[in-house]
Design a protein around this ligand. Structure first.
Ligand SMILES: *Cc1c(COP(=O)(O)O)cnc(C)c1O
Length: 465
């Protein structure tokens, strides 16, 4: 290296100097010292490389500081952060599924900030159960004798199969051997649990006699699985929970239903098709029912199991249960969520239900607010207008339902729409829309009222010429 270049490199500010300069920038408030230092080191290293390789004079300290601030902001202060969901998929698994109600969030914050009676019965000072905080609520809301909550519904199914059917046969209809996505396939879960899958019926039709004929000395369970993310239509037949329960009783075999989404309320009054609710399935006499906490229920990620006391208590005693257990935040959020159901306020209080049932007119009004917020000049440049469309429930729930929706569509050309889509995703706040034909459609059904201003700001800055 020439003496010139060595001198140039020495003129670069030190890590400490640059950290001090950058730390004062209000845009980076909240960023830890360690992350700041890492960002500064990276910027200095890149500059040294540039000087060495290109023989150019190094940037001054102000320029370097601005580069660090810019880079950190572009990458986001944190890796996991809020996003504006303008995809129109209400339960978007990749965007975190359900949002928590105000009460659920308050409960999480309260339990996070102080010690809690997680596993202590305060009256007796004896060791308590972490599940006790939601068990009674779940019993009352579903009508079941007992309840258990694990990490997610996949874990619930695994735990149930491992407990009840390890080394034994489980009978499942061929029409219900589903893949949910994210590596959850009923046959694979079955294998991992040590249970032996006994498929019966055909893809489109399974009859009660198919189950009856398959029951043998090693049959431990009749399993009914909600087909969640797909529908077989046309010449079809399946067996109801009630019929399976009768058969199970007659032959002394337990019956489990994996409901997938599992709603506590009937959504028909808001135009949704009929789906058996959890209390209905429990009332049909099924021994064990499992469902997700963060699908239609609208709570935290969890797998909820309700059913007959004798069977649920076997699941509770399985050592696997300890490995699949939920933490205090999940319990706090679940208690807050379930409380709204008990109070009869779930439709308004639980964001998932609110977003699903919001009248089209309200969504249109929100889309218009976004359009107005853009201002005439930007709106024209982006060829922005309010369009109607079809949103989805998502999360493998109600796959055939198309929710009427409205949003702002953008992009004078296909290329412009794609460029905007890419810019919005890496903007601040990030926005995830969907490309419809050759336009970018920002679906306002899933945009929260409090996010409208942020969405406008994000569009304007993504579209800056
Ligand atoms: C979604 C789903 C699961 C997995 O639930 P998670 O809570 O995501 O683990 C299992 N079974 C069915 C039928 C489902 O729809």
């Amino acid at each position: 290296m020439s003496a010139d270049r060595a001198a140039a490199l020495r003129s670069l500010p030190s890590v400490d100097q640059l950290v001090r300069r950058v730390a004062a920038d209000p845009a980076l408030a909240g960023l830890s010292r360690a992350r700041l230092t890492a960002a500064v080191r990276e910027a200095l290293e890149a500059e040294r490389r540039r000087v060495r390789e290109q023989g150019v004079p190094p940037a001054d300290a102000d320029t370097l500081a601005a580069r660090v601030v810019d880079g950190v902001r572009r990458a986001g202060l944190f890796s996991l952060r809020p996003v504006i969901n303008a995809s129109g998929v209400v339960l978007h698994t990749n965007l975190g599924r359900a949002l928590l109600s105000d009460l659920a969030r308050e409960r999480v914050a309260a339990v996070a900030a102080a010690y809690s009676n997680l596993e202590m019965d305060l009256a007796s000072k004896e060791r308590g159960s972490r599940y006790s905080h939601v068990e009674a609520l779940l019993r009352r809301l579903t009508g079941a004798e007992d309840a258990l909550v694990v990490n997610n519904n996949a874990a619930a199914v695994l735990l149930a199969l491992e407990t009840l059917a390890h080394g034994k046969e489980v009978i499942v209809s061929r029409g219900e051997l589903i893949e949910i996505g994210g590596e959850f396939r009923i046959p694979d879960i079955m294998l991992r649990s040590g249970a032996v899958l006994r498929e019966v019926g055909a893809t489109n039709r399974t009859h009660l006699r198919d189950y009856a004929d398959a029951i043998g000395p090693t049959t431990a369970l009749l399993l009914k699985v909600h087909t969640s993310n797909y529908r077989v239509i046309g010449f079809t037949a399946d067996v109801s929970s009630r019929e399976l329960v009768e058969l199970g009783r007659e032959r002394g075999v337990a019956v489990m239903e994996d409901l997938g989404s599992g709603s506590l309320v009937d959504l028909r009054p808001w135009g949704f098709p009929y789906e058996p609710t959890v209390p209905e399935v429990v009332a049909s006499g099924v021994d064990l029912v499992s469902f997700s906490g963060d699908k239609l229920l609208g709570g935290p990620q969890a797998g909820i199991v309700v059913g007959k006391r004798a069977i649920v208590s076997r699941l509770k005693k399985n050592p696997w249960n300890r490995a699949l257990r939920i933490d205090k935040f999940t319990i706090a959020a679940l208690e807050g969520t379930l409380t709204a159901y008990e109070d009869g306020t779930a439709r308004e209080a639980v964001p998932t239900l609110r977003l699903l049932t919001e009248p089209l007119a309200t969504v249109v009004a929100r889309a218009r607010r976004v359009l107005r917020g853009l201002g005439a000049e930007a709106a024209q440049r982006l060829a922005a207008r309010v369009d109607e469309g079809r949103a989805q429930v998502g999360g493998g729930a109600l796959p055939t339902v198309e929710l009427p929706t409205a949003g702002v569509s953008l992009g004078a050309t296909d290329a412009a729409a794609r460029a905007l889509d890419a810019a919005l995703r890496v903007g601040d706040p990030p926005v995830v829309g969907r490309l419809v034909e050759d336009r970018l459609f920002l679906d306002c059904r899933t945009v929260l009222p409090a996010q409208v201003a942020g969405l406008v700001k994000a569009i304007v800055s993504a579209a800056r010429p």
